[in-house]
Ligand binder design. Structure first.
Ligand code: ADP
Ligand code: ASP
Ligand code: MG
Length: 659
């Protein structure tokens, strides 16, 4: 209750958005109730914005895209009912109760004739039910917990406006709301109550129909409401404790970004960090409202704070992000160099299809552009139609699926000298397009999609090593994801040779040079490797160090042995006479025939890494089990000479030789 001395309209507003996983369980709803109550007790008016329960929008998508396949619709519908009923039971709310109206609506929509055509207005209606249900169920729970909470239909307040050139798909499923501070709205709401809950993701168009704000668009709703209410802050509560220097689920070493300015955060979001929808920041930046990203499961962590830039920011890479599902369209002029208006002609075709172009790179006779699936409906029909139109004015090549990898940070152009190691990583890859944004905030590489998950962690490590990602700057970079999860290896471990200093000095007095090994360290590392659940067979390479004591220690730790010559096979058998032959893997490269014969006769596992032995001494291998070493065509390493795969490598049977 507001006292007469402090009119409700004068209370600051706080908008708190909770994502899918944050609204899916009872403990999370208890956290939401606590957070809302705390803000309210501090004298704030609170607007809670919620996503659908995690996975529900994907189930609704199955219905939205079923094109009249009723069995498919009913299956998804049953799963949706089950998920909500289970949560209602957990929350000890009456079964179905208030969400019944939405479930009946879903039932009617499935029976609607528009289902067969997957009409866009009907799709938007289907999708909207996820958020309508979660907010309804949430309002009920918060009231049960004693927090007087008003349920608000977001569509009454978020009015989408069609943009020039927006096609139907965008107007219904990825609409835009021109949100700016609206004191009258803030006042009217404050006159109604102090704690509200509403839906993310949905709005209404001028015709009064339901429209969506694009996948992940609940963040955008929070941004819109935050700007309209001129909130003190918008909080985005999710399943990670902030925005990280890379997707923490792919890069455990990724560092929390404690503070970002709007432009950097915008760039990180736009270039792939799903944690924040790229459209959520614009309205807040214009209204000067800060945004904070926090972890619902670990509410005590400070998270990422996004506000206006401090004046003196040194150039530095803040993050590396990736977007998958990118389609490249490469257009080559047909023999008309310096043809006036070529760009205008090709872009007109994209406009005609309502396709928004993301990256561009051009030469005298070629222009290549990328299409981002989050901003476009890039299906095969649209692409075929576009290619047919373009073919009239140029030669067209569509390259997909690609991924865009982006380095984000202020002053990218003055950081190039630090990026040599990072650029070297692209040496072995087919880079389809490079683009440097004119705002000097990003540098983007487009490569084949399959390469990206493996590449990102390596690039992240290289950026730190090159001091381009300056993680020692405590004002910007917080702890790593690993440290926050408590799984990090203590960084300041004292090396064994420091710990054993006295013993080593003592040995040195007996005579130098000499080699000293720490078996305890060998065992410790072996155990750390064995703890990786994803690998089920471990080999130690003899070439690393064939000392018998090391071989025995590793044998006891459960390792098998990899040898590249018969001399190594003999060395391991001499050190471990009782070792079963299956625990020896022979991986020769350009070995003479006698070595293969000896290895096969001894019964050790033998690897073939070229066709030559098979073609010339085929009889040797007849009836034998052999391993094939395959060259998948991509190499890794800081220098060509150490790459063990790819066109220039001598190792392995190439894929086209497998038959
Ligand atoms: P919500 O359902 O709460 O909206 P999202 O799944 O949309 O949550 O976004 C959170 C997810 O974003 C994280 O779980 C993480 O996998 C992903 N993500 C991608 N890039 C980043 C990044 N740079 N920092 C943090 N999270 C990221
Ligand atoms: N539920 C919607 C989606 O999954 C919106 C959101 O969660 O932000 O895309
Ligand atoms: Mg999200």
């Amino acid at each position: 209750m507001s006292s007469p001395l402090s009119p409700a309209s004068a209370k600051p507003w706080l908008v708190a958005k909770f994502g899918g996983t944050s609204v899916s369980t009872r403990p999370r709803w208890e956290t939401i109730a606590r957070i809302a109550a705390e803000h309210h007790a501090r004298g704030r008016n609170v607007l809670i914005v919620v996503s659908a329960l995690s996975g529900i929008t994907d189930l609704l998508k199955k219905i939205a895209e079923a094109r009249g396949d009723t069995a498919r619709c009913r299956q998804a519908q049953a799963a949706i009912i089950e998920r909500h009923s289970a949560l209602l039971r957990d929350l000890e709310l009456p079964s179905r109760g208030e969400i019944d109206q939405w479930l009946s609506h879903l039932d009617r929509l499935i029976a609607d004739p528009r289902c067969a055509a997957s009409a866009l207005d009907w799709q938007a209606d289907v999708f909207s039910l996820g958020e309508l249900m979660s907010s309804t169920l949430g309002a009920q729970f918060l009231r049960e917990r004693g927090l007087a909470t008003d349920w608000l239909d977001a569509r009454e307040h978020l009015r989408a406006q069609p943009l020039a050139n927006q096609n139907e798909w965008n107007r219904y499923l990825s609409a835009v709301v021109p949100a700016a501070p609206e004191p009258a709205f803030a006042q009217a709401l404050a006159a109604r109550g102090e704690v509200f809950i509403t839906q993310g993701f949905i709005a209404r168009n001028a015709e009064g129909e339901t429209v969506l704000l694009g996948r992940g668009g609940s963040d955008t709703s929070a941004g819109y409401f935050g700007a309209m209410l001129h909130a003190e802050v918008v909080e985005i509560w999710t399943d990670v404790p902030g925005m990280f220097s890379a997707n923490p689920r792919i890069v455990p070493e990724a560092r929390l970004l404690a503070r970002l300015d709007y432009e950097e955060a915008q760039e990180i979001a736009t270039t792939g960090a799903k944690v924040l929808h790229p459209r959520s920041l614009g309205p807040l930046r214009r209204a000067g409202v800060p945004l904070v990203i926090k972890d619902t499961n670990r509410a005590h962590l400070a998270g990422t704070e996004i506000r206006a830039a401090a004046a003196d920011t040194a150039p530095c890479v803040k993050a590396i992000s990736a977007r998958k599902g990118i389609t490249l369209v490469s257009m080559e002029t047909i023999g008309m160099w310096q043809q006036v208006g070529f760009l205008a002609d090709v872009f007109a075709q994209f406009k005609r299809r309502g396709l928004s172009v993301d990256l561009i790179s051009s030469a005298e006779t070629n222009v290549t552009v990328s299409l981002d699936p989050t901003e476009n409906l890039v299906d095969s029909d649209v692409l075929a139609a576009l290619a047919a139109d373009l073919a009239k004015i140029c030669r067209v090549k569509v390259i997909a699926p690609c991924a865009a990898i982006t380095l984000v940070g202020r002053g990218m152009r003055s950081l190039l000298h630090r990026l040599s190691g990072v650029l070297a990583e692209f040496g072995a890859l087919d880079v389809h397009l490079i683009s440097q944004s004119s705002n000097n905030l990003n540098l983007t590489f487009v490569i084949d999609e399959t390469l990206v998950d493996e590449l990102i962690p390596r690039l992240h490590a290289l950026l730190i090593r090159a001091d381009a990602l300056r993680v020692e700057d405590g004002a910007v970079f917080g702890p790593s994801w690993q440290q926050l999860a408590g799984t990090a290896v203590a960084p300041s471990r004292i090396a064994w040779w420091q710990r054993e200093r006295d013993a080593l000095l003592h040995l040195a007095r007996e005579g130098t040079p000499r080699y000293v090994y720490s078996l305890a360290t060998v065992r410790e590392h072996a155990r750390a490797l064995r703890a990786l659940a994803a690998v089920d067979r471990w080999h130690y390479s003899l070439k690393a160090n064939p000392h018998p004591a090391i071989l025995r220690a590793l044998h006891e730790e459960g390792f098998a042995f990899e040898c590249v010559s018969m001399a190594e096979v003999e060395a391991v058998r001499a050190a471990l006479p009782a070792l079963a032959v299956e625990n020896i893997l022979f991986t020769p490269n350009f070995a003479p025939r006698e070595e293969y014969a000896a290895a096969l006769n001894a019964g050790v596992r033998t690897t073939l890494d070229a066709l030559h032995p098979l073609l010339h001494w085929g009889e040797l291998f007849a009836g034998r089990a052999i391993h094939l070493r395959v060259d998948l065509g991509v190499g890794r390493g800081h220098h060509d000479k150490v790459k063990t795969g790819g066109a220039t490598s001598k190792f392995g049977v190439s894929l086209d030789q497998i038959d």
